[in-house]
Design a protein around this ligand. Structure first.
Ligand code: ADP
Length: 555
């Protein structure tokens, strides 16, 4: 920890909340720039809506959602149409304030004209979402799943999923929503932070009982009831990959702005918390993605009347320690160096720093020596927690040179660690999902025309250049019409009050403009084919342009 600032470069930087240090020029940071913004309720809903417009069936794991206040009239109108087409549909909706967490400010409504919805125009923006009325119950209780996902790299995309997660239970038996029970949070909301205040909350030392259990214990129960657990897992994997595919375009825009290509900078990875609800028919539904999931392995308990203290939580420990241990194993810089050394057939000699030593310049003075030993013993405790056995990954005495351990010792140490709880799912299953990555390609065009490094918004000149270079204007679509399209869409997006800091067209507005152009050009096709065709068209013209520039030596 560097409470007073950091001086030396590190291999891995562990930031508490978000990516916040632009003075890192190497190594790896455990947060992506812009992740917090990208997974906020409204931004996530917009990204999922874009994907639902393109691939409605592939993205039906996210409940129908509308954004308040601006989509209130749309919400009311759409619900009216849906009701007219199916009079037996008796929906309930859940309203979630943007940027809220731990169930904060959430409420259920039956009537789209409920006064509180209109009221949110004056208050915080929110998402109103179809409420999943028939969740899978266990012991008559509603529960959700928290799964940990490691986004190890954005380009190329690398995703890992933890084999086990947490199941968080409600504390009152579930009933389908009625006007009478809508306000009963212990029945409808699974948040741990809410239910812990219920007198029915059960702290348990066992991972398969109580109000918080491991997901594997749920799978065991389901499997014993004859459920197809394999299919459930593959549905969950698909949900995670598709969700990340929906998020990557926005993340890439932030990434190039904070860590410009071609300049020295770190690479990033991040542990995400996916909140998933299982429906009665075992279909997993995404509730939200958490950029900063709690990694606490203790919970607060009343030890004696009025006296509260932190006690270990075996369920949290079982799941979370493995996630952090394996994240560190996967991003271990030594691993990469060992691999490189093997490829080059070099003798593997780790440096002091690689072995966890950072000898102060000018030798180690006595006081520093003591401090150093303390640091090492703390580090040892941490390693033990993570499952690194000291006899294998031995922390050397300060007097002892750590240079002795060779690749075999390290490989042996690795071999005795528990097998990885994080399983790679992408690129492993990339083939099945590559057709979904259309918006990623749109984002690539957007980034190309951004021009000024460090920006996330496209100016009018950039938009004109995009249209001109891709040869999109013609006698039916003049440059004046291009300007009008730019102004119309940009003004509307900027009036939604998301990000006024920078003027210009944000990625989502560009995506809307791109879809508009695609619909104009390829009228009769389904939307995803229109977009794919326009992408091919643009990419082809840009490739030809790049080739010409190369030939003429424009660089
Ligand atoms: P927060 O970030 O405040 O926890 P969530 O989106 O996770 O917000 O919602 C809180 C809880 O509300 C969830 O844990 C879940 O139990 C319940 N919930 C959220 N959305 C839905 C939904 N569409 N259908 C049913 N229950 C939901």
């Amino acid at each position: 920890q560097f409470p007073f600032g950091r001086r030396l470069p590190c291999d891995i930087y562990w930031h508490g909340v978000s990516f916040h240090d632009n003075n890192i020029f190497s190594g790896q940071v455990n947060k992506f720039p812009g992740m917090m913004e990208t997974v906020r309720k409204i931004t996530l809903s917009r990204a999922m809506r874009t994907m639902q417009d393109l691939f409605p069936l592939e993205y039906n794991f996210y409940p129908r959602s509308w954004i308040l206040p601006e989509e209130l009239p749309l919400f009311v109108a759409e619900v009216r149409v849906l009701r007219a087409s199916d009079p037996s549909w008796q929906p309930t909706f859940i309203v979630k304030p943007d940027g809220g967490c731990q169930g904060d400010g959430i409420y259920l409504v039956k009537d789209p004209r409920d006064g509180r919805l209109a009221g949110s125009g004056h208050g915080r923006p929110a998402v109103v979402q179809e409420y999943i009325c028939k969740p899978l119950l266990m012991d008559k209780l509603k529960f959700d799943i928290r799964l940990y996902v490691l986004l190890k790299s954005l380009e190329p995309l690398e995703i890992y999923i933890a084999k086990d997660g947490l199941s968080r239970f409600c504390t009152e038996p579930y009933q389908e929503p009625t006007l009478k029970n809508l306000h009963q949070v212990f029945m409808h909301l699974t948040n741990y932070s809410l239910n812990i205040h219920s007198e029915n909350f059960i702290h348990s030392d066992s991972v398969n009982t109580g109000s918080k259990r491991t997901f594997s214990s749920i799978l065991c129960r389901l499997s014993s009831r004859g459920a197809d657990v394999k299919k459930l897992w593959s549905d969950i994997i698909a949900l995670v990959i598709k969700t990340i595919i929906a998020l990557t375009p926005e993340l890439k825009v932030y990434y190039q702005s904070d860590i410009p290509a071609g300049k020295p900078g770190p690479t990033c990875f991040q542990i995400l918390g996916f909140d998933i609800l299982l429906m009665k028919n075992l279909k997993p539904m995404l509730l939200e993605v958490n950029a900063n999931p709690s990694m606490r392995i203790e919970h607060e308990q009343e030890l004696s009347p009025g006296v509260f203290g932190n006690v270990p939580s075996p369920v949290d420990e079982e799941v979370k320690v493995a996630v952090i241990r394996d994240t560190l194993r996967l991003v271990d810089p030594q691993k990469k160096k060992r691999k490189d050394a093997q490829v080059l057939n070099l003798p593997w000699v780790p440096s002091l720093q690689q072995r966890g030593w950072s000898e102060p310049a000018g030798g180690m003075k006595d006081k520093q020596h003591k401090h150093h030993s303390l640091k090492l013993s703390l580090k040892l405790k941490f390693y033990l927690k993570l499952g690194w056995c000291p006899s294998l990954e031995r922390v050397p005495e300060p007097s002892e040179s750590p240079l002795g351990a060779g690749p075999d010792a390290v490989r042996d140490a690795e071999a005795t660690l528990p097998s990885l709880c994080l399983k790679q799912v992408f690129p492993k299953y990339a083939k099945q999902f590559s057709h979904l990555r259309l918006v990623d390609r749109v984002a690539k065009l957007f980034i190309r025309f951004l021009g000024v490094k460090g920006t996330t918004k496209l100016g009018p000149t950039g938009f004109r250049t995009f249209v001109r270079n891709c040869k999109l204007s013609n006698s039916n679509f003049s440059m004046a019409a291009v300007d009008i399209l730019y102004i119309d869409i940009t003004r509307r997006w900027n009036s939604m009050g998301i990000d006024h800091k920078e003027p210009g067209m944000c990625l989502q507005a560009f995506v809307e403009a791109f879809f508009c152009l695609a619909q104009k050009k390829y009228k009769s096709l389904p939307l995803h084919e229109q977009v794919a065709s326009l992408l091919d068209f643009c990419e082809c013209h840009l490739a030809a342009l790049d080739e010409r520039r190369l030939l003429w030596g424009w660089g």
